[in-house]
Structure formats: structure tokens, C-alpha cells
Design a binder for this molecule. Structure first.
Ligand code: 4AD
Ligand code: MG
Length: 502
């Protein structure tokens, strides 16, 4: 089969002409003499209209009973039609069924998340997963473009490593021909070596963390991009990060507005993602968390959640009544699907209502010195309409390699970038300790085996310079951009703490 089919995304150039589409049957309905077939070809959706008499009666009947996700080619004339998905319609002159599907397990009715994860190999064909995949593609392209166009050299850092950088409790162990080894938690340490050769470098690859937390923000395998720069200070890093994040958000807005709309993303908020971002120190964040203003903010939030809950319950009640009435089967199915969605939203609201007082308590009782927890980050991030930098964390709460602030050695020269509207941390970064003796002391303080860090210490022996960098998590960034709550939806085949489905 030669691939001279027309792609749905290119139909604009084919008005009035005959084309052949090759794809899968996404949805269909029929009203006697006319059939409406929505075809999905990987580039978009197109409604195809088939009148009785245009093809053989046998084919007409076969198409009428063709199951969702059957594969086929459809030939016909293209017409612009604003009401149609994608803006074009195809009036069928011929069709060929390639493979008949019966009982496709994912129907237009809603399914629970567990079922969908188990069927991820098929669920990837859904509109939501397709939109997210397209956005991920743009994001990754934009990430590479930004660094490539700004003088950075790509360095591929190893996945097998003997070193721990982000805490030994989240290391995945591997048996490397009898020698214990880990899967990398970050490319940073090797990247620091490369920065001393190339000046500005980045690595981009999969990263592994044996996170023992089943939160919406954690995967055990995720993708991280990490730039590292020689001769840079904390301000330089913040500027780099805000220019970078503004650039990638703008690219996704430019290339994927349609997908963002389908996903219900907050486009107006994304359009505000422009430098400068907000800047707070950790100490200022502690003051905010423990303030009366925050308690009031959370009380107001609780009231809003309870109001929304009431509205949802009313809506569910009305639909349940409607369902009991004398209605057609397809209407019942439609209501059943809506009810599944609404009940899922209600369950989520209930969790938020339950968590609100717990999070309020954690915030009031927050003690200087602790790392910010997920709920603390969420609160700060909910209070802002643009990304927020939090800088100067207590050194005990952070990694061994971070440089202490020489004016106040209780804190380090680091930052996290919190995405707005409650999404939380998407970047972690810092200036690196460049003093040999101080770094040796830190490695020992953290109980790490100094032998494994000899080469890393060499970088402080042979032409040490101030340097630093950061890491941006791809899946968390997608969750923020798309408004998707859980990052397991932001990678095609997620690896979760409790389960690897396929
Ligand atoms: O803050 P982290 O741990 O920073 C580092 O790894 C540094 N070595 C980076 C550097 O300075 N070169 O991780 C960076 C980012 C987080 O902000 C988050 O977006 C993402 O990686 N991340 C995760 N994403 C998904 N699942 C997890 N378990 C993640 N852990 C971190
Ligand atoms: Mg972090």
C-alpha cells in the first residue's frame, strides 16, 4: 500500500477536490439513507457523509454496522463546513474496509482511571491522550530549540551511575555484573564536568526515582531537561529559567491552541507566562504560610469548594431523575457517561474539602528549616497568577551539592520554580558548591561514600568556577500547561509506584 493518502490536517488545500483518507472509525451514526462517519487518521478528525446509492448496497450495510476503531479508507469530495469537527466535511464516493473491529473495549461512555491505564495501549487513541501527546511533542521540540539556539551543547549523561545526588532513599538499584549500581536520579553531576569543557551544556533524558509516594506529582520514571552553566550566579539562573519557561509556554500556545482548548486548559493564564516571574525567598514563604492572610485565603477557598459541591450535587440529582424517565437508550448512555464524569469531579472535590483544614494546619504550624511540602507549594502557587521562584532554602532541607550563601550560611543559593494556580514545583535548581573543602564536608555530613565523589571533587581542584543549573520535569510542565491534574496522563506509558500497567 503506498502512502498517497491525504492527511486530515491538510484538508484546507483540497476544497472541491477528491481525496482518499486512511484511518480508523472514531464515531458513527446513521439516519436511514445517510450515514455520518467520523474518521480519525492521527492528524485530526473528519466527518464523512455517505448517502445511500453512492456505494454498493453491500458496502453501505457493512459501513452501517462497522465497529468503532475499525480501519478503513474513505474517498470523496472535500467541502468546508464550519459546524463540522476540523472545519471540513468529506462527501463519500467510495470506501474500503481494511480491518473490522468488534467490541472495542473503550466506548464513548466514561471509564474509571484504572481501566483506562490497563488499556493505555488503546486509550492513547482518545482525543485527550492525543492532544496531550501533541503538546508533549511541541514542548520537547521547544526545549531543544531554546538551548540549541542559545549556545548550549547537548551532552548525554549516563543512566547507570554509582552516585546519589538527590537523596539515597529514592535510588533504584541495579546489579551491574555483580557491582551495585543505580539508575540515575539526575544528569547534573556529570553535566558539571561537561560544563567545565563546553561552558554551557544541557542533558535531556529519562530519570528514575524510587519515590515511595503515590501522589499526582510523582512518577518513578520521568523526563528531565537540565542545563548547566559555568560562570553564573543565582540571578543569572533565575533569568535563564524565566526566559526558558516563557519561551516553551509561548511555543505551545503558538502550535497547540486547538489542543489546549479541547483539554480545557486555562489559555489566558498561560498567555501571562512572561518574564519577570514572582520572586520570594524561602523565609518570606514561611511568613506567608503562617500568616493570618493565608488562613483567610484557605477559609475562603473552603467556602468556594463547598458551594461548588452543592451545585454539583444538584446537577447529579437532576440527571439521575432524568435517567429514570422515559428516554431513548442513547440518551440514557449519554447521561450515564456524564454521571461518571460528575461523580469523579465530586470525589475530587470531597478530597479537597477534606484536605483543606489539614493543609491549613500544616501551613500555620510550619517551622523554618523544613522543606516545603506538596500542600505548602500548592498554597503559594494558588496565590499567584504567574510562576513563582522560591529561593534560599535552609541547607539541611536540600541536596549536598548546593552552595551555601556566604552572607548567611544557614541557607543555600538555590531555587524552585512553582507553576501558578496550584500546580506546584516544575523546576529545581541551584548554584553548586565550588569550594573543595566545603564540598568534602558536605559529602561527609550527608553520609555519602567520598570514594564515589573523587572525580566530582576534581572539578573543584582543577580550575573551579562559580557554576549552576537546574532541572525541569517534562510531565509536571505538561500537567501545568494542559490543566491535567495527574502527571500519569502526561506520558504515554507511565511508571507509577504501585503499578506498571503496560
Ligand atoms: O528538584 P529536583 O530533584 O532537581 C534535580 O534533580 C537537580 N539535580 C536538577 C538540576 O539542578 N540539574 O528535580 C527537578 C525537577 C522537579 O522540579 C520536577 O519537575 C521533576 O524534576 N521531578 C519529578 N517529576 C516527576 N516525578 C518525580 N518523581 C519527580 N521528581 C522530580
Ligand atoms: Mg525539587
Amino acid at each position: 500500500m503506498t502512502n498517497d493518502f491525504t492527511q486530515i490536517s491538510c484538508l484546507a488545500g483540497f476544497q472541491g477536490q477528491e481525496v482518499t483518507l486512511a484511518g480508523w472509525l472514531y464515531q458513527s451514526r446513521s439516519s436511514g439513507k445517510i450515514q455520518f462517519l467520523i474518521i480519525r487518521d492521527g492528524t485530526g478528525l473528519c466527518q464523512c457523509i455517505l448517502e445511500k446509492g453512492k456505494v454498493s448496497n453491500k458496502l453501505f450495510e457493512q459501513l452501517k454496522h462497522l465497529g468503532q476503531e475499525s480501519s478503513l479508507t474513505v474517498t470523496g469530495i472535500i467541502h468546508a463546513d464550519e459546524r463540522s469537527v476540523g472545519g471540513y466535511e468529506l462527501v463519500v464516493t467510495d470506501a474500503e474496509i481494511i480491518s473490522v473491529t468488534t467490541d472495542y473495549p473503550i466506548t464513548p461512555k466514561s471509564h474509571g482511571i484504572d481501566f483506562l491505564l490497563k488499556n493505555r495501549h488503546l486509550h492513547l487513541r482518545s482525543q485527550r491522550q492525543w492532544c496531550i501527546g501533541k503538546i508533549r511533542h511541541t514542548l520537547i521540540d521547544a526545549i531543544r530549540r531554546f538551548f540549541n539556539d542559545n549556545g548550549f551543547t547537548l551532552i548525554d549523561t549516563p543512566i547507570f551511575t554509582a552516585m546519589a545526588a538527590e537523596g539515597e532513599q529514592t535510588l533504584f538499584e541495579a546489579d551491574y555484573f555483580g557491582t551495585p549500581m543505580h539508575l540515575t536520579q539526575t544528569g547534573q553531576l556529570h553535566l558539571e564536568a561537561a560544563a567545565m569543557s563546553f561552558g554551557k551544556v544541557y542533558c535531556f533524558g529519562p530519570t528514575f526515582r524510587a519515590e515511595k509516594s503515590k501522589t499526582r506529582r510523582h512518577l518513578t520514571e520521568f523526563w528531565m531537561v537540565e542545563p548547566e552553566v559555568a560562570f553564573i550566579d543565582l540571578n543569572g539562573l533565575l533569568e535563564l529559567a524565566e526566559n526558558f519557561v516563557s519561551f516553551i509556554a509561548a511555543k505551545v500556545l503558538q502550535n497547540n491552541k486547538g489542543e489546549l482548548e479541547t483539554l480545557g486548559a486555562n489559555i489566558t493564564a498561560l498567555e501571562q507566562t512572561k518574564a519577570p516571574f514572582y520572586r520570594l525567598t524561602y523565609t518570606e514563604v514561611v511568613d506567608i504560610l503562617t500568616s493570618e492572610k493565608t488562613q483567610k485565603f484557605l477559609t475562603r477557598q473552603l467556602e468556594n469548594l463547598q458551594n461548588t459541591k452543592q451545585q454539583l450535587e444538584t446537577q447529579i440529582g437532576e440527571l439521575e431523575n432524568e435517567q429514570k424517565g422515559q428516554i431513548k437508550q442513547w440518551q440514557k448512555d449519554k447521561i450515564a457517561a456524564e454521571l461518571i464524569e460528575l461523580n469523579a469531579a465530586l470525589a475530587e472535590l470531597n478530597t479537597k474539602i477534606e484536605n483543606n483544614p489539614k493543609h491549613a494546619k500544616l501551613a500555620t504550624e510550619f517551622q523554618w528549616g523544613r522543606d516545603l511540602g506538596g500542600s505548602d507549594e500548592t498554597i503559594i502557587s494558588q496565590m499567584h497568577d504567574k510562576p513563582v521562584f522560591v529561593t534560599h532554602y535552609p541547607k539541611e532541607a536540600k541536596a549536598f551539592y548546593m552552595k551555601t550563601d556566604r552572607e548567611n550560611d544557614k541557607v543555600v543559593l538555590n531555587f524552585d520554580l512553582l507553576a501558578p494556580s496550584g500546580f506546584g514545583e516544575i523546576i529545581g535548581g541551584s548554584v553548586r558548591e565550588d569550594d573543595y573543602d566545603l564540598l568534602v564536608a558536605r559529602i561527609k555530613d550527608y553520609g555519602l561514600d567520598i570514594e564515589n565523589y573523587q572525580w566530582y571533587l576534581d572539578l573543584r581542584k582543577y580550575g573551579s568556577v562559580p557554576h549552576g543549573g537546574f532541572g525541569l520535569g517534562v510531565e509536571r510542565t505538561i500537567a501545568w500547561l494542559t490543566g491535567e491534574r495527574h502527571i500519569r496522563q502526561c506520558i504515554a506509558f507511565p511508571r507509577l509506584m504501585d503499578k506498571v500497567y503496560i
